[in-house]
Design a protein around this ligand. Structure first.
Ligand SMILES: [Zn+2]
Length: 245
């Protein structure tokens, strides 16, 4: 399985200024291709890296916040060749379809299927099977994901008991939005990330989805410092970075 970071920016200020790209993650395994959380400019990042989106098999949205989902409509159009090819699947929480809908109505019949994600359920797309975690602690319906024991994707959430175990995998991607924990802001801070890594003990932890305070503190320096202190390899994702899992 190959994982590519189509962006590493998280939260509104980083995204508004495009200090880093906000295209989410891209997974390739065998003939299967999945776009995860296509935020603002995802379409540009995929085009820049010459990904043929007409071969995309699925789009997965962890939650309806703009930095995770903004380009979903254009990605659906690309995946279905403007709706002329009835193909591919969209996976998203129900509130992305119902409340203040994110996915335009006219596009909903373009993919083969629109799947409403449910907690702790497994889904298979071609060669890839992924499982949702219980609902995260976040403002809107949000899920984290595990791709077997290979990859755990810790999307936006406040820290909660069990978060480490639920995403535990060989490689764990962690959304690090805040430097300092702040009550009332349901996002992971640096101490939360450290706690998750210590509890889950992955072979490799990768930080991404940086908020402004994290960006200013230089994520790669934070990663080096965590590696030293925890003894687990921690990397800071960079735009366009790919790793084989
Ligand atoms: Zn969010």
């Amino acid at each position: 399985m190959k994982l590519t970071f189509m962006g590493t920016a998280g939260a509104r200020f980083m995204v508004a200024k495009q200090l880093a790209a906000s295209g989410g993650l891209y997974i390739e395994e065998g003939n299967t291709r999945i776009s995860l959380d296509p935020g603002p400019g995802a379409i540009v990042q995929y085009a820049k890296r010459k990904v043929d989106l007409t071969k995309l098999d699925a789009i997965v949205i962890s939650h309806r916040h703009l930095d995770h989902s903004n380009d979903v409509n254009v990605m659906i159009e690309a995946m279905t060749e403007g709706g002329f090819q009835h193909r591919g699947r969209l996976f998203c929480p129900s509130d992305a379809l119902d409340v203040d809908p994110l996915v335009l109505n006219y596009l909903r019949r373009f993919p083969q299927e629109v799947v409403r994600l449910e907690p702790q359920k497994s889904y298979t797309v071609g060669d890839v099977t992924f499982t949702t975690t219980p609902r995260h602690v976040h403002q809107v319906e949000t899920y984290g994901f595990r791709f077997g024991s290979r990859l755990g994707w810790v999307t936006d959430s406040a820290y909660y008991e069990g978060i480490a175990e639920q995403h535990k995998a060989d490689v764990m991607v962690i959304h690090l939005v805040l430097m300092d924990c702040r009550t009332g802001l349901p996002h992971l801070c640096l101490d939360d990330a450290e706690r998750i890594i210590r509890e889950a003990k992955p072979r490799l932890a990768i930080l991404t989805h940086y908020g402004m305070t994290v960006w200013r503190a230089h994520p790669w320096e934070l990663a080096a410092d965590l590696t030293q202190r925890i003894g687990t390899e921690v990397k800071a994702a960079r735009d366009g970075m790919s790793i084989e899992l």
